[in-house]
Structure formats: structure tokens, C-alpha cells
Design a protein around this ligand. Sequence first.
Ligand SMILES: [Zn+2]
Length: 446
Amino acid sequence: MMNYARRGQTPGDDKMTKQILLGTTLQFDGLPMVTPWQDCVQVNSAGGVLVDAGRIVAVANGAQLRKEYPDAQITDYGSDLITAGFVDAHMHYPQTAMIASWGKQLIDWLNTYTFPEEQRFSDAQYAAEIAGRTCDLALAHGTTTLTSFCTIHPESVDAFFEAAHTRGMAVVAGKTCMDRNAPDTLRDTAQSAYDDSKALLDKWHKRGRATYAITPRFSPTSTPDQLAALGALWAENPDCLMQTHLSEQHDEIAWVRDLFPTARDYLDTYEAYGLLGARGVYGHAIHLEAREIDRLADIGGAVVHCPTSNTFIGSGLFDVTGLAARGIRTGLATDTGGGSSFSMLRTMAAAYEVGQLRGVALHPAQLMWLATQGSASALHMSGEIGHLGAGAAADITILNLASTPAIAQRHACATDIWDALFPTIMMGDDRAIRDVWVGGVRQHST
Ligand SMILES: [Zn+2]
């Protein structure tokens, strides 16, 4: 029986002593989506991070930390960038094996590729295999927190939380609930969705580093009865998160209008059944109406930008600066397998490209913030994950900013840290990930 009682259980020498990681440290102490990024960042090319018992104790000058803690174990990353581990605020681990499937938009894509694959997750062994594979792919890409939809099968939720636990990862997940407009074998009922979700929530929420999210897939695949049952469960467990999808494609929005003729808009199909709240995490949110934006701002709900997915399945251009200006929490996510990459670097690049198509050039500081603290804020985990600062979990990613010949020759011309980092954001992949620390334990190394 595994012991879930304490944080960071993975055995290993890394846990036993104080660690100092030396390199170029990147920290945020402001909100670069709403205030000038220059006022929000601290970069120290001679930085150090002191880690003890799975947590960051201090981020300071490297030489100073070495002097103060002469017994600490030193890992010198030279000029590599030390950042908070990436936080993926919306993805579907059951879709890992069918990522990059060709030629469909949302509804056809679900029916053609997604639902057949998700049916396989009634097999606990298959679920465990894909859950482990997904967590390993995430770590290889510098992502230390995943926020995943599972399938309707409780086995798929157990498999994901188990896989994350064995790797020490803080994750968010929940059983995806659907009681209509899905194949027979992928439908639950209002009652079983409530019962299964409640049992899984009681089992996993706040166990180790796990957070449970009540997870209706989206309103087209839930009856009003099921939405109401899940709204009731959330009201009974208000410290849980609730994740779903919102306003991704025009056909989907029209379908929602047909299915819920009395709703004021898409968001209202959640609000009417108790599924709008500050701890709600709404994926996509591309084609929002003015009332929906007002309600999200009033309530404090979070939206999640999934740019590789939005271009891959032809959804549209998310308004990251407009929503941030309204004070709406915004995370960044791969949305695999609708998204086309496991890499948050590639995801930042896509966010940059979507911004350009809207006439906005996101600064590398803004992109890095979205991929770390922005996502953490969307998940109500600010200060715990996505944060290179004292008190946070030691979930840390080390970026080699010259990881391929093409990037290295561009990096050689860089005039400052942002000019040095941006080529890796735009052109980098898992080869740029030098090391990944999870809860103070080195979980991935190249
Ligand atoms: Zn999604």
C-alpha cells in the first residue's frame, strides 16, 4: 500500500539533502498581462535556488547561497534558464495515443477519433499504460502539472492519479461525465455521474498532490439532469475545481442553442445548473458574448487558452489580452489530443502566433508567465505550483537555450535574456528540456 500522507514521497538521494541549483533564474512578482512586463520579472544570470524537503526555500544569488549553505548539494546549470515547471491547465490524457489525427473539426473529430479511443479506458491496464506514458511525456517536455479530463470510467481516473503520484506530480483530474450524444459505451447517467464522481472525489481530492475537478465534458453531452447533479456535487464540495469546455466552435455553439433553447448563452447552460463559480475552469472560451465575459469577470472563473488545438481543429483566435484586461484568470494549455503538441514551448509559440493574427505581439515574459503562474492562478494554486519562489513546491524546469543547431546560431546573436529565450519558445521542443525537478526530486534528465 502506497503512503499518500505526506508530500513528495518518491524515494531518492535528491530528497535527503539541501540542494542548490545554479543558473539563470526567472521569477515573476507581478501580473505581466495587465501591467508592464518589465515591472513583473526578476532575472538573475548568477542565480541560485535553494531546495529542501521538496520545497523552494530561497531564490537568491548563487554564490551567496553556497556561502550560507556549504553542505548543500550543488547542481550547476551554467547559463541555462531555471524556471518554474510548466503547468498545463487543460488536456485529455486518454487522447495521448490519437494526437495529430487528420482532417476533422470538433464534433466529427470527437466522433471519429476521440470516442473510439476513450472506450478503451474501461480496461484499467490500458488506462494505466496511457496515464504513465502521458506523465512521462509531460515531464520530458518540462511540464510538472497536468490538468486532465479522464473518461467516463472510474478506472481511468484512478490510473491517472496513481501515475502522477508515483512521479510526485501535482495534478488535477476528474471523471468525464456524459449522458447523451455519445456512444452507448461512453454514457453514464445523472445519478451514476454523481455517485462515481463523489466516490472518486472522496478518494483522491487533496490526497498527496492530487486535486479533483468535477468534469462534465461540455453541455451538449450532458442532460440538464446531469448538469444539475454535478452542480449539486460541487456545492457540496466547494473546494474542488470544476472543469469543462466553453464556446470552442461556432457549430458547437449553435448545437448548444438548440439543446438549451431557454439559455441566454452557452455559459448560461452551466450557470443555470450551479456550474459557474470562481473555481470553474472553462477551456477554450473563444467566441464569447459580452454577457459571458461580464459573468466570468464578476464570478472570477478561469478561462484556458489552448492555441495549438484552436488552430489544429480550426476553432478560432482566443482573445488573451482582452480577457486578461477584464481581470479574468487565464491559463495556457496543450489540450492534447485536440492540441497538436505535448510541449508548452510549442504551445507558447502558438499563443504568440494567435496573438499576431489578432494584432498583438505577446512578450516572452508574458508567454512564460501564462505557462506557469497564469495556469497556476487558473487552478487556484498560485504560490504552490508554477512559481519559482520561496514556499512553492520545488517543481522546476531547466531550459537549455541553445538546444539545436538552428536555435544555437540564433541564440549566439542574442542581445538580452528575452532575445536569448524567444528562439527556444518559438523553435524549441523536448530537446530544450535539460532537467526537470518535481517536488525537489529530479524526475527527468537529458
Ligand atoms: Zn479539451
